[in-house]
Design a protein around this ligand. Structure first.
Ligand SMILES: [Zn+2]
Length: 582
Protein backbone atom coordinates (compact mmCIF):
# COMPACT_ATOMS: atom_id res chain seq x y z
CA UNK A 1 0.00 0.00 0.00
CA UNK A 2 1.48 3.26 -1.09
CA UNK A 3 1.80 5.92 1.56
CA UNK A 4 0.63 9.37 0.66
CA UNK A 5 2.27 12.68 1.22
CA UNK A 6 -0.04 14.87 3.24
CA UNK A 7 -1.95 17.50 1.31
CA UNK A 8 -0.41 20.17 3.53
CA UNK A 9 3.11 19.13 2.75
CA UNK A 10 2.50 19.04 -1.00
CA UNK A 11 0.93 22.51 -0.81
CA UNK A 12 4.03 23.82 0.92
CA UNK A 13 6.26 22.27 -1.72
CA UNK A 14 4.21 23.91 -4.49
CA UNK A 15 3.94 27.26 -2.77
CA UNK A 16 7.69 27.47 -2.35
CA UNK A 17 8.45 26.47 -5.94
CA UNK A 18 6.94 28.98 -8.30
CA UNK A 19 6.09 27.35 -11.60
CA UNK A 20 7.47 30.11 -13.78
CA UNK A 21 10.92 30.16 -12.22
CA UNK A 22 11.02 26.37 -12.01
CA UNK A 23 10.28 25.94 -15.71
CA UNK A 24 12.35 28.92 -16.90
CA UNK A 25 15.73 27.11 -16.90
CA UNK A 26 14.30 24.48 -19.26
CA UNK A 27 12.06 26.52 -21.54
CA UNK A 28 12.53 30.02 -22.84
CA UNK A 29 9.17 31.53 -21.89
CA UNK A 30 7.62 34.50 -23.61
CA UNK A 31 4.77 36.40 -22.04
CA UNK A 32 1.65 36.76 -24.15
CA UNK A 33 -1.15 38.38 -22.20
CA UNK A 34 -1.71 36.51 -18.99
CA UNK A 35 0.05 33.45 -20.31
CA UNK A 36 3.61 32.34 -20.75
CA UNK A 37 4.38 30.50 -23.92
CA UNK A 38 7.38 28.55 -25.17
CA UNK A 39 8.70 25.60 -27.12
CA UNK A 40 7.66 22.35 -25.49
CA UNK A 41 10.58 20.52 -23.86
CA UNK A 42 8.77 17.19 -24.17
CA UNK A 43 8.36 17.02 -27.93
CA UNK A 44 10.19 18.56 -30.88
CA UNK A 45 8.49 21.65 -32.23
CA UNK A 46 9.26 24.99 -33.82
CA UNK A 47 6.05 26.86 -33.09
CA UNK A 48 5.37 27.21 -29.37
CA UNK A 49 2.40 25.23 -28.08
CA UNK A 50 3.59 24.91 -24.50
CA UNK A 51 1.75 27.20 -22.05
CA UNK A 52 2.43 28.08 -18.42
CA UNK A 53 -0.40 29.47 -16.31
CA UNK A 54 0.91 31.34 -13.31
CA UNK A 55 -2.50 31.85 -11.73
CA UNK A 56 -3.21 28.14 -11.53
CA UNK A 57 0.50 27.24 -11.27
CA UNK A 58 0.16 24.74 -14.07
CA UNK A 59 1.36 24.02 -17.59
CA UNK A 60 -0.09 22.34 -20.63
CA UNK A 61 1.22 21.51 -24.09
CA UNK A 62 -1.30 21.56 -26.91
CA UNK A 63 1.13 19.77 -29.19
CA UNK A 64 1.70 16.58 -27.24
CA UNK A 65 -0.96 16.81 -24.54
CA UNK A 66 1.30 16.69 -21.50
CA UNK A 67 0.53 18.91 -18.58
CA UNK A 68 0.44 19.21 -14.82
CA UNK A 69 1.86 21.17 -11.94
CA UNK A 70 5.35 22.02 -10.78
CA UNK A 71 5.92 18.52 -9.38
CA UNK A 72 4.72 16.82 -12.56
CA UNK A 73 7.03 19.05 -14.57
CA UNK A 74 10.14 18.23 -12.54
CA UNK A 75 9.18 14.56 -12.48
CA UNK A 76 8.97 14.42 -16.27
CA UNK A 77 11.80 16.69 -17.25
CA UNK A 78 14.28 15.06 -14.87
CA UNK A 79 12.80 11.61 -15.37
CA UNK A 80 12.25 11.13 -11.64
CA UNK A 81 9.69 9.25 -9.57
CA UNK A 82 6.96 11.28 -7.89
CA UNK A 83 8.73 10.81 -4.55
CA UNK A 84 12.08 12.00 -5.88
CA UNK A 85 10.51 14.98 -7.63
CA UNK A 86 8.88 16.07 -4.38
CA UNK A 87 12.17 15.53 -2.56
CA UNK A 88 14.12 17.61 -5.07
CA UNK A 89 11.67 20.50 -4.82
CA UNK A 90 11.46 20.23 -1.04
CA UNK A 91 15.25 20.28 -0.73
CA UNK A 92 15.49 23.25 -3.04
CA UNK A 93 12.99 25.16 -0.92
CA UNK A 94 14.65 24.14 2.34
CA UNK A 95 11.67 22.06 3.46
CA UNK A 96 12.21 19.00 5.63
CA UNK A 97 10.83 15.81 4.11
CA UNK A 98 8.20 14.21 6.36
CA UNK A 99 9.49 11.21 8.32
CA UNK A 100 6.58 8.99 7.38
CA UNK A 101 7.42 5.74 5.69
CA UNK A 102 6.51 6.74 2.17
CA UNK A 103 6.68 3.42 0.45
CA UNK A 104 5.67 3.35 -3.13
CA UNK A 105 6.68 -0.01 -4.59
CA UNK A 106 8.04 1.52 -7.77
CA UNK A 107 10.10 4.11 -5.95
CA UNK A 108 11.57 1.49 -3.71
CA UNK A 109 12.53 -0.65 -6.68
CA UNK A 110 14.12 2.33 -8.43
CA UNK A 111 16.21 3.06 -5.37
CA UNK A 112 17.26 -0.59 -5.04
CA UNK A 113 18.22 -0.76 -8.71
CA UNK A 114 20.25 2.44 -8.45
CA UNK A 115 22.12 1.25 -5.41
CA UNK A 116 22.76 -2.16 -7.00
CA UNK A 117 24.16 -0.32 -10.01
CA UNK A 118 26.41 1.79 -7.82
CA UNK A 119 27.75 -1.30 -6.05
CA UNK A 120 28.25 -3.01 -9.40
CA UNK A 121 30.22 -0.03 -10.74
CA UNK A 122 32.46 -0.20 -7.66
CA UNK A 123 32.93 -3.92 -8.11
CA UNK A 124 33.87 -3.58 -11.80
CA UNK A 125 36.26 -0.74 -10.97
CA UNK A 126 37.99 -2.87 -8.30
CA UNK A 127 38.25 -5.82 -10.71
CA UNK A 128 39.93 -3.64 -13.30
CA UNK A 129 42.72 -2.94 -10.84
CA UNK A 130 43.29 -6.50 -9.66
CA UNK A 131 44.46 -9.69 -11.34
CA UNK A 132 41.03 -10.50 -12.84
CA UNK A 133 40.95 -7.31 -14.85
CA UNK A 134 44.52 -7.28 -16.08
CA UNK A 135 43.52 -7.86 -19.67
CA UNK A 136 40.93 -5.08 -19.51
CA UNK A 137 43.35 -2.56 -18.07
CA UNK A 138 45.93 -3.44 -20.70
CA UNK A 139 43.33 -2.93 -23.37
CA UNK A 140 42.42 0.54 -22.05
CA UNK A 141 46.07 1.58 -21.74
CA UNK A 142 46.72 0.25 -25.24
CA UNK A 143 43.89 2.50 -26.43
CA UNK A 144 45.86 5.38 -24.95
CA UNK A 145 43.81 6.13 -21.86
CA UNK A 146 45.60 7.48 -18.80
CA UNK A 147 44.96 6.17 -15.27
CA UNK A 148 43.34 9.53 -14.46
CA UNK A 149 40.86 9.16 -17.31
CA UNK A 150 40.03 5.60 -16.29
CA UNK A 151 39.31 6.86 -12.79
CA UNK A 152 37.33 9.89 -13.91
CA UNK A 153 34.93 7.81 -16.00
CA UNK A 154 34.88 5.02 -13.40
CA UNK A 155 35.70 2.42 -16.05
CA UNK A 156 35.78 -1.19 -14.92
CA UNK A 157 36.05 -4.80 -15.86
CA UNK A 158 33.53 -7.63 -15.69
CA UNK A 159 35.51 -10.83 -14.99
CA UNK A 160 35.25 -13.82 -17.27
CA UNK A 161 33.13 -15.73 -14.74
CA UNK A 162 29.46 -16.63 -14.56
CA UNK A 163 28.47 -15.37 -11.14
CA UNK A 164 31.18 -13.19 -9.62
CA UNK A 165 29.06 -10.01 -9.62
CA UNK A 166 25.95 -11.88 -8.50
CA UNK A 167 27.80 -13.47 -5.57
CA UNK A 168 29.28 -10.14 -4.58
CA UNK A 169 25.95 -8.31 -4.66
CA UNK A 170 24.03 -11.14 -2.95
CA UNK A 171 26.52 -10.83 -0.09
CA UNK A 172 25.68 -7.12 0.07
CA UNK A 173 22.02 -7.95 0.52
CA UNK A 174 20.67 -7.59 -3.03
CA UNK A 175 18.17 -10.22 -4.11
CA UNK A 176 18.39 -11.95 -7.49
CA UNK A 177 15.07 -10.47 -8.65
CA UNK A 178 16.37 -6.97 -7.92
CA UNK A 179 19.53 -7.68 -9.92
CA UNK A 180 17.37 -9.01 -12.74
CA UNK A 181 15.39 -5.76 -12.71
CA UNK A 182 18.69 -3.88 -13.03
CA UNK A 183 19.73 -6.15 -15.94
CA UNK A 184 22.88 -6.97 -14.00
CA UNK A 185 22.00 -10.67 -14.16
CA UNK A 186 20.05 -12.84 -16.59
CA UNK A 187 17.85 -15.80 -15.75
CA UNK A 188 18.59 -19.13 -17.39
CA UNK A 189 15.95 -21.58 -18.54
CA UNK A 190 16.72 -23.71 -15.52
CA UNK A 191 15.84 -20.77 -13.31
CA UNK A 192 19.37 -19.93 -12.20
CA UNK A 193 20.88 -16.47 -12.45
CA UNK A 194 24.15 -15.50 -14.12
CA UNK A 195 26.01 -12.23 -14.70
CA UNK A 196 24.88 -10.20 -17.72
CA UNK A 197 28.33 -8.78 -18.32
CA UNK A 198 31.26 -11.17 -18.56
CA UNK A 199 34.76 -10.58 -19.88
CA UNK A 200 33.98 -7.03 -20.88
CA UNK A 201 35.44 -3.60 -20.29
CA UNK A 202 32.72 -1.67 -18.49
CA UNK A 203 31.54 1.88 -19.09
CA UNK A 204 29.14 3.10 -16.40
CA UNK A 205 26.36 5.37 -17.66
CA UNK A 206 25.81 8.18 -15.19
CA UNK A 207 22.82 10.50 -15.34
CA UNK A 208 22.58 14.16 -14.44
CA UNK A 209 21.87 13.36 -10.79
CA UNK A 210 25.14 11.44 -10.57
CA UNK A 211 23.39 8.07 -10.37
CA UNK A 212 24.69 5.03 -12.24
CA UNK A 213 21.72 4.10 -14.39
CA UNK A 214 23.27 1.42 -16.58
CA UNK A 215 26.37 0.12 -18.31
CA UNK A 216 27.91 -0.36 -21.69
CA UNK A 217 30.23 -3.35 -21.92
CA UNK A 218 32.78 -3.97 -24.66
CA UNK A 219 33.99 -7.47 -25.51
CA UNK A 220 37.67 -8.33 -25.25
CA UNK A 221 37.75 -10.45 -28.40
CA UNK A 222 36.06 -10.18 -31.78
CA UNK A 223 32.76 -11.71 -30.73
CA UNK A 224 29.49 -9.95 -31.46
CA UNK A 225 27.90 -7.74 -30.40
CA UNK A 226 30.95 -5.62 -29.73
CA UNK A 227 29.01 -3.57 -27.18
CA UNK A 228 26.22 -4.69 -24.91
CA UNK A 229 24.19 -1.93 -23.26
CA UNK A 230 21.89 -2.34 -20.29
CA UNK A 231 18.40 -2.96 -21.65
CA UNK A 232 15.52 -0.73 -20.54
CA UNK A 233 14.97 -0.84 -16.78
CA UNK A 234 13.01 1.20 -14.25
CA UNK A 235 15.86 3.71 -14.18
CA UNK A 236 17.14 3.60 -17.75
CA UNK A 237 15.32 4.14 -20.98
CA UNK A 238 17.24 3.74 -24.21
CA UNK A 239 17.10 6.77 -26.42
CA UNK A 240 16.46 9.20 -23.60
CA UNK A 241 19.95 9.53 -22.11
CA UNK A 242 23.24 10.97 -23.26
CA UNK A 243 26.61 9.53 -22.29
CA UNK A 244 28.95 11.92 -20.40
CA UNK A 245 26.41 14.74 -20.28
CA UNK A 246 26.99 14.76 -16.51
CA UNK A 247 30.53 16.02 -17.24
CA UNK A 248 29.81 18.06 -20.34
CA UNK A 249 26.72 19.95 -19.26
CA UNK A 250 28.56 22.65 -17.34
CA UNK A 251 30.58 23.98 -20.23
CA UNK A 252 30.26 27.73 -20.26
CA UNK A 253 30.37 28.08 -24.04
CA UNK A 254 27.03 26.33 -24.48
CA UNK A 255 28.58 24.06 -27.10
CA UNK A 256 28.48 20.28 -27.16
CA UNK A 257 30.36 17.87 -29.40
CA UNK A 258 28.30 14.80 -30.24
CA UNK A 259 30.26 11.62 -31.09
CA UNK A 260 29.17 8.09 -31.81
CA UNK A 261 30.92 5.93 -29.24
CA UNK A 262 32.09 5.68 -25.66
CA UNK A 263 35.77 5.52 -26.61
CA UNK A 264 35.48 8.63 -28.80
CA UNK A 265 33.99 10.58 -25.92
CA UNK A 266 36.54 9.41 -23.38
CA UNK A 267 39.42 10.07 -25.71
CA UNK A 268 38.11 13.56 -26.52
CA UNK A 269 37.82 14.34 -22.81
CA UNK A 270 41.36 13.17 -22.17
CA UNK A 271 42.61 15.59 -24.82
CA UNK A 272 40.73 18.45 -23.19
CA UNK A 273 37.47 18.46 -25.17
CA UNK A 274 35.40 18.07 -22.03
CA UNK A 275 32.16 19.14 -23.72
CA UNK A 276 31.95 15.90 -25.71
CA UNK A 277 29.03 13.49 -25.37
CA UNK A 278 27.50 10.51 -27.22
CA UNK A 279 24.14 8.88 -27.69
CA UNK A 280 23.84 5.40 -26.26
CA UNK A 281 23.67 2.60 -28.78
CA UNK A 282 20.78 4.03 -30.79
CA UNK A 283 20.33 6.58 -33.54
CA UNK A 284 19.70 10.04 -32.10
CA UNK A 285 16.12 10.44 -30.84
CA UNK A 286 13.85 13.45 -30.37
CA UNK A 287 14.07 13.12 -26.66
CA UNK A 288 17.89 13.15 -26.75
CA UNK A 289 17.81 16.18 -29.05
CA UNK A 290 15.61 17.97 -26.52
CA UNK A 291 17.97 17.07 -23.73
CA UNK A 292 20.98 18.35 -25.68
CA UNK A 293 19.25 21.60 -26.56
CA UNK A 294 18.85 22.34 -22.86
CA UNK A 295 22.62 22.47 -22.41
CA UNK A 296 23.85 23.75 -25.73
CA UNK A 297 23.15 26.46 -28.23
CA UNK A 298 25.49 24.89 -30.74
CA UNK A 299 26.05 21.20 -31.41
CA UNK A 300 29.04 19.83 -33.31
CA UNK A 301 28.37 16.52 -34.99
CA UNK A 302 31.52 14.44 -34.91
CA UNK A 303 30.49 11.22 -36.62
CA UNK A 304 32.73 8.64 -38.22
CA UNK A 305 34.05 9.47 -41.68
CA UNK A 306 32.64 6.31 -43.28
CA UNK A 307 29.33 6.01 -45.11
CA UNK A 308 27.44 4.75 -42.06
CA UNK A 309 28.71 7.70 -40.03
CA UNK A 310 27.63 10.20 -42.67
CA UNK A 311 24.20 8.65 -42.94
CA UNK A 312 23.89 8.86 -39.16
CA UNK A 313 25.01 12.52 -39.32
CA UNK A 314 22.34 13.28 -41.89
CA UNK A 315 19.68 11.69 -39.74
CA UNK A 316 20.93 13.56 -36.68
CA UNK A 317 20.70 16.87 -38.56
CA UNK A 318 17.06 16.10 -39.33
CA UNK A 319 16.30 15.42 -35.67
CA UNK A 320 18.31 18.35 -34.29
CA UNK A 321 16.74 20.77 -36.74
CA UNK A 322 13.48 20.30 -34.83
CA UNK A 323 14.97 21.82 -31.69
CA UNK A 324 16.47 25.19 -31.13
CA UNK A 325 20.21 24.66 -31.73
CA UNK A 326 22.78 25.62 -34.31
CA UNK A 327 24.31 22.61 -35.99
CA UNK A 328 27.89 22.24 -37.17
CA UNK A 329 29.26 19.17 -38.91
CA UNK A 330 32.90 18.21 -38.44
CA UNK A 331 34.60 16.72 -41.46
CA UNK A 332 36.88 14.06 -40.01
CA UNK A 333 39.73 14.23 -42.46
CA UNK A 334 42.77 12.13 -41.65
CA UNK A 335 41.24 9.25 -39.72
CA UNK A 336 38.18 7.08 -39.34
CA UNK A 337 36.98 8.35 -35.96
CA UNK A 338 37.85 11.09 -33.45
CA UNK A 339 39.83 8.70 -31.29
CA UNK A 340 42.14 7.77 -34.17
CA UNK A 341 42.49 11.36 -35.35
CA UNK A 342 43.47 12.60 -31.91
CA UNK A 343 46.14 9.94 -31.57
CA UNK A 344 47.56 10.54 -35.02
CA UNK A 345 47.35 14.32 -35.21
CA UNK A 346 46.85 15.67 -31.71
CA UNK A 347 44.43 18.14 -30.16
CA UNK A 348 45.49 21.22 -32.16
CA UNK A 349 44.54 19.45 -35.35
CA UNK A 350 41.17 18.54 -33.82
CA UNK A 351 40.66 22.16 -32.81
CA UNK A 352 41.21 23.16 -36.41
CA UNK A 353 38.64 20.60 -37.59
CA UNK A 354 36.22 22.09 -35.08
CA UNK A 355 36.72 25.62 -36.31
CA UNK A 356 36.48 24.46 -39.94
CA UNK A 357 33.26 22.57 -39.23
CA UNK A 358 30.57 23.25 -41.79
CA UNK A 359 27.24 24.50 -40.61
CA UNK A 360 24.35 22.23 -41.47
CA UNK A 361 23.47 24.18 -44.62
CA UNK A 362 27.01 23.95 -45.96
CA UNK A 363 27.08 20.28 -45.07
CA UNK A 364 23.83 19.55 -46.85
CA UNK A 365 24.89 21.54 -49.91
CA UNK A 366 28.18 19.68 -50.06
CA UNK A 367 26.25 16.41 -49.83
CA UNK A 368 24.02 17.58 -52.69
CA UNK A 369 27.12 18.24 -54.76
CA UNK A 370 29.04 15.09 -53.97
CA UNK A 371 29.75 12.95 -57.00
CA UNK A 372 28.65 15.65 -59.46
CA UNK A 373 30.79 17.46 -62.01
CA UNK A 374 29.59 21.05 -62.18
CA UNK A 375 31.17 21.59 -65.59
CA UNK A 376 28.63 19.15 -67.01
CA UNK A 377 25.22 20.72 -67.73
CA UNK A 378 23.17 17.79 -66.53
CA UNK A 379 25.08 17.52 -63.24
CA UNK A 380 24.71 21.23 -62.74
CA UNK A 381 20.96 20.96 -63.14
CA UNK A 382 20.82 18.08 -60.66
CA UNK A 383 22.83 20.10 -58.19
CA UNK A 384 20.55 23.12 -58.50
CA UNK A 385 17.44 21.00 -58.00
CA UNK A 386 18.88 19.35 -54.89
CA UNK A 387 20.17 22.70 -53.59
CA UNK A 388 16.74 24.33 -53.98
CA UNK A 389 15.33 21.87 -51.44
CA UNK A 390 18.09 22.73 -48.98
CA UNK A 391 17.74 26.47 -49.54
CA UNK A 392 13.96 26.38 -49.22
CA UNK A 393 14.24 24.75 -45.81
CA UNK A 394 16.19 27.68 -44.33
CA UNK A 395 13.89 29.67 -42.05
CA UNK A 396 16.10 32.76 -41.83
CA UNK A 397 15.76 35.09 -44.86
CA UNK A 398 19.25 36.54 -44.55
CA UNK A 399 20.77 33.10 -44.42
CA UNK A 400 18.69 32.09 -47.40
CA UNK A 401 19.89 35.11 -49.34
CA UNK A 402 23.54 34.37 -48.57
CA UNK A 403 23.35 30.76 -49.72
CA UNK A 404 21.23 31.52 -52.78
CA UNK A 405 24.01 33.84 -53.95
CA UNK A 406 26.64 31.22 -53.22
CA UNK A 407 24.83 28.45 -55.06
CA UNK A 408 23.95 30.72 -58.00
CA UNK A 409 27.54 31.67 -58.61
CA UNK A 410 28.80 28.17 -57.99
CA UNK A 411 26.39 26.59 -60.46
CA UNK A 412 26.57 29.52 -62.87
CA UNK A 413 22.85 30.30 -62.83
CA UNK A 414 21.04 33.62 -62.40
CA UNK A 415 20.30 34.68 -58.84
CA UNK A 416 16.83 35.93 -59.75
CA UNK A 417 15.64 32.69 -61.23
CA UNK A 418 17.13 30.65 -58.40
CA UNK A 419 15.36 32.88 -55.87
CA UNK A 420 12.08 32.33 -57.67
CA UNK A 421 12.55 28.59 -57.67
CA UNK A 422 13.32 28.62 -53.94
CA UNK A 423 10.24 30.73 -53.17
CA UNK A 424 8.09 28.35 -55.16
CA UNK A 425 9.45 25.41 -53.20
CA UNK A 426 8.84 27.28 -49.94
CA UNK A 427 5.18 27.86 -50.75
CA UNK A 428 4.76 24.17 -51.45
CA UNK A 429 6.48 23.22 -48.21
CA UNK A 430 4.42 25.66 -46.21
CA UNK A 431 1.20 24.13 -47.41
CA UNK A 432 2.52 20.68 -46.61
CA UNK A 433 3.82 21.79 -43.19
CA UNK A 434 0.63 23.47 -42.12
CA UNK A 435 -1.38 20.47 -43.00
CA UNK A 436 1.07 18.11 -41.34
CA UNK A 437 1.17 20.28 -38.22
CA UNK A 438 -2.59 20.42 -37.92
CA UNK A 439 -2.92 16.71 -38.57
CA UNK A 440 -0.33 16.01 -35.94
CA UNK A 441 -1.95 18.19 -33.30
CA UNK A 442 -5.35 16.70 -33.91
CA UNK A 443 -3.98 13.20 -34.02
CA UNK A 444 -1.71 13.48 -31.02
CA UNK A 445 -3.78 15.55 -28.61
CA UNK A 446 -7.31 14.62 -29.32
CA UNK A 447 -6.84 11.06 -30.41
CA UNK A 448 -4.37 10.14 -27.73
CA UNK A 449 -6.40 11.63 -24.96
CA UNK A 450 -9.77 10.64 -26.22
CA UNK A 451 -9.35 7.14 -27.54
CA UNK A 452 -7.35 6.31 -24.46
CA UNK A 453 -9.98 7.57 -22.07
CA UNK A 454 -13.30 6.93 -23.85
CA UNK A 455 -14.81 3.66 -24.99
CA UNK A 456 -15.62 3.32 -28.68
CA UNK A 457 -18.75 4.89 -30.03
CA UNK A 458 -19.17 7.77 -27.58
CA UNK A 459 -20.51 10.83 -29.39
CA UNK A 460 -18.34 13.95 -29.59
CA UNK A 461 -21.19 15.88 -28.00
CA UNK A 462 -21.13 13.66 -24.94
CA UNK A 463 -17.36 13.89 -24.66
CA UNK A 464 -17.51 17.64 -24.82
CA UNK A 465 -20.35 17.75 -22.27
CA UNK A 466 -18.43 15.59 -19.80
CA UNK A 467 -15.34 17.71 -20.16
CA UNK A 468 -17.11 21.03 -19.90
CA UNK A 469 -18.94 19.83 -16.81
CA UNK A 470 -15.67 18.85 -15.14
CA UNK A 471 -14.00 22.11 -16.20
CA UNK A 472 -16.87 24.07 -14.74
CA UNK A 473 -16.85 22.14 -11.45
CA UNK A 474 -13.11 22.63 -11.11
CA UNK A 475 -13.58 26.34 -11.42
CA UNK A 476 -16.83 26.57 -9.46
CA UNK A 477 -16.72 24.00 -6.64
CA UNK A 478 -19.78 25.68 -5.11
CA UNK A 479 -21.92 24.23 -7.93
CA UNK A 480 -21.21 20.71 -6.70
CA UNK A 481 -24.01 20.70 -4.12
CA UNK A 482 -26.53 21.82 -6.71
CA UNK A 483 -25.89 18.95 -9.09
CA UNK A 484 -24.96 16.16 -6.70
CA UNK A 485 -28.27 14.34 -7.04
CA UNK A 486 -28.41 14.63 -10.79
CA UNK A 487 -25.31 12.79 -11.93
CA UNK A 488 -23.06 10.02 -10.62
CA UNK A 489 -19.58 8.93 -11.61
CA UNK A 490 -21.06 5.94 -13.48
CA UNK A 491 -22.85 8.33 -15.81
CA UNK A 492 -19.56 9.31 -17.38
CA UNK A 493 -18.63 7.44 -20.52
CA UNK A 494 -14.97 7.78 -19.59
CA UNK A 495 -13.97 5.98 -16.42
CA UNK A 496 -11.23 8.56 -15.95
CA UNK A 497 -13.76 11.39 -16.10
CA UNK A 498 -15.80 9.46 -13.55
CA UNK A 499 -12.82 9.23 -11.20
CA UNK A 500 -12.10 12.92 -11.62
CA UNK A 501 -15.74 13.69 -10.91
CA UNK A 502 -15.75 11.63 -7.68
CA UNK A 503 -12.63 13.37 -6.50
CA UNK A 504 -14.11 16.81 -7.19
CA UNK A 505 -17.34 15.94 -5.37
CA UNK A 506 -15.54 14.43 -2.40
CA UNK A 507 -13.40 17.49 -1.94
CA UNK A 508 -16.01 20.14 -2.56
CA UNK A 509 -16.70 22.05 0.62
CA UNK A 510 -13.46 20.91 2.26
CA UNK A 511 -10.49 23.07 3.03
CA UNK A 512 -8.88 22.05 -0.26
CA UNK A 513 -11.31 21.79 -3.17
CA UNK A 514 -10.01 19.63 -6.02
CA UNK A 515 -7.72 21.25 -8.52
CA UNK A 516 -5.00 20.10 -10.86
CA UNK A 517 -2.64 19.50 -7.96
CA UNK A 518 -5.01 17.07 -6.29
CA UNK A 519 -4.28 14.55 -8.98
CA UNK A 520 -0.52 14.70 -9.40
CA UNK A 521 0.16 12.09 -6.77
CA UNK A 522 -2.08 9.34 -8.07
CA UNK A 523 -2.62 9.88 -11.77
CA UNK A 524 -0.34 8.73 -14.57
CA UNK A 525 1.42 11.27 -16.77
CA UNK A 526 -1.10 10.75 -19.56
CA UNK A 527 -4.01 11.15 -17.21
CA UNK A 528 -2.41 14.34 -15.88
CA UNK A 529 -2.32 15.66 -19.44
CA UNK A 530 -6.08 15.14 -19.59
CA UNK A 531 -6.64 16.80 -16.21
CA UNK A 532 -4.50 19.76 -17.12
CA UNK A 533 -6.53 20.20 -20.32
CA UNK A 534 -9.69 20.24 -18.20
CA UNK A 535 -8.38 22.72 -15.66
CA UNK A 536 -6.92 24.97 -18.30
CA UNK A 537 -7.73 28.58 -17.38
CA UNK A 538 -8.06 29.38 -21.08
CA UNK A 539 -11.24 27.36 -21.50
CA UNK A 540 -14.17 29.69 -22.06
CA UNK A 541 -17.02 28.87 -19.71
CA UNK A 542 -20.32 30.49 -18.81
CA UNK A 543 -19.63 29.61 -15.15
CA UNK A 544 -23.28 29.14 -14.34
CA UNK A 545 -25.13 26.19 -12.78
CA UNK A 546 -27.31 26.16 -15.91
CA UNK A 547 -24.27 25.34 -17.99
CA UNK A 548 -23.61 22.33 -15.77
CA UNK A 549 -27.19 21.21 -16.04
CA UNK A 550 -27.22 21.40 -19.82
CA UNK A 551 -24.00 19.35 -19.90
CA UNK A 552 -25.63 16.70 -17.73
CA UNK A 553 -28.68 16.69 -19.98
CA UNK A 554 -26.50 16.26 -23.07
CA UNK A 555 -24.56 13.43 -21.41
CA UNK A 556 -27.76 11.53 -20.68
CA UNK A 557 -29.37 12.24 -24.01
CA UNK A 558 -26.39 11.01 -25.96
CA UNK A 559 -25.92 8.04 -23.68
CA UNK A 560 -29.44 7.02 -24.66
CA UNK A 561 -28.74 7.56 -28.33
CA UNK A 562 -25.54 5.56 -28.40
CA UNK A 563 -24.41 3.54 -30.08
CA UNK A 564 -26.73 4.53 -32.89
CA UNK A 565 -24.29 7.06 -34.36
CA UNK A 566 -21.08 5.16 -34.01
CA UNK A 567 -18.34 5.67 -36.55
CA UNK A 568 -15.70 8.12 -37.57
CA UNK A 569 -17.00 11.38 -36.22
CA UNK A 570 -16.34 15.02 -36.82
CA UNK A 571 -13.87 16.37 -34.27
CA UNK A 572 -14.34 20.03 -35.03
CA UNK A 573 -16.68 20.84 -32.20
CA UNK A 574 -14.65 18.91 -29.70
CA UNK A 575 -11.58 20.89 -30.62
CA UNK A 576 -13.41 24.16 -30.39
CA UNK A 577 -13.63 24.18 -26.61
CA UNK A 578 -9.89 23.84 -26.29
CA UNK A 579 -9.00 26.23 -29.04
CA UNK A 580 -10.33 29.37 -27.38
CA UNK A 581 -7.05 30.05 -25.68
CA UNK A 582 -5.98 33.64 -25.50
ZN1 LIG B 1 4.62 19.05 -26.08
Amino acid sequence: MAMRFSEDFLRQVRDKNDIESTIAPYVRLRRSGRLLQGLCPFHGEKTPSFFVYTESQSYHCFGCGTGGDVITFIKNIQNLSFYDAVKLLADRAGLRMPDNNYDDGMDKLRRRVLSANREAARFYFECLKNEKGKEGLEYLYARGLSPATVGRFGLGFAPNEWTSLKTHLNAKGFRDDELLQADLVKKSQRGTYYDTFRNRVMFPIIDLNGDVIGFGGRVMDDSKPKYYNTKDTVVYKKGSKIFALNFAKNNSEKKLILCEGYMDVISMHQYGFVNTVAGLGTALTDSQANLLSRYAEEIYLCYDADGAGQTAANRAIGILSRVNVKIRVIHLAGGKDPDEILKKNGPDYMRRLLSDALNDTEFRLSEAKSGLDLSVNNDRLNYVNAAVKVLASLPNPVEREVYISAVASEAGVGKESLTQQVEHERRRNRRKDEKAQLDRIIRETTEKQRTAFYPDGVTPGRKKAEELLLSSLFRNPDFCRQIEDMVRSEDFASALNGRIFSEIMERSGTEYPADLHTFAQFFSDEEMGHVSALTNPGIVLANTPEECLSCIRKMKEDAGAEPADVGKLNDADYMEAFRNIK
